[in-house]
Design a protein. Sequence first.
Length: 256
Amino acid sequence: MPILETLSAAQILLAVGALLLGAFVQGAVGFAYGLIATPLLLWAGLPLPEAVGAVGGAGLVQTATGCWKFRRHIVWRDLPGLAAGRTLGLPFGILVMAWLTAGGAVLMKQGVGFVVLGTVLLISLLRPKPRSRVSRRWVAPVGLSSGVMSGVTGIGGPPLVLWVVAHDWSTKRGRVFLWVLFLQLMPIQLALMWWKFGGNVGWAIGLGWAMAPGVIWATTLGAKLGSRWSRERMRRVILGVLVVLALASIASPWLG
């Protein structure tokens, strides 16, 4: 793979570890796959489009597997408005990704760092009260913001996670809701990125596909171990790790 020819052995190991660690955390706490993997892939030396492509390639198989496994819990009426908003917001996010990429490695790391830090603040500070139905006026802003964030960094989950938390849904319904929306947008996102940024994105997607069995294994392992630990305590630890990772990315010009 040409993308691997530009990386040292240490960088390749870090890239593989980033995908596996992100999947493990996803399985343990139910979120943070892209939040963990994308910044670490940037530190491994991948440009932002290739990092998002690798995460998306592996995530495509992972989410498809989850959707099939929990297909009985899909409530189709939950999906159309948010799916449309995500699709409309995606191209604008990819334009911002192109700007970050043109700015070089430092700007890419800082951009992702600010997104990760903002996500941690949202998750920590916003605790909407669960209810059976949320006002439809929130569908457009949640869908559009998720689509833009997906286009910029591949991390479009936070607005959707808040949408799930605001509903009194079962855990399985909430998770498969997220997976279906990720699966709906991911092929469009990867195709647009491949068209916009060229062939290395295709190789990165292939790398993600090759890692898919390991990603599924790491997710399963995380879910098993996560069930034995305090979910709230683990959530706090992961949020702390994300803060450190975000601040390190933002401060990358001074860290070298």
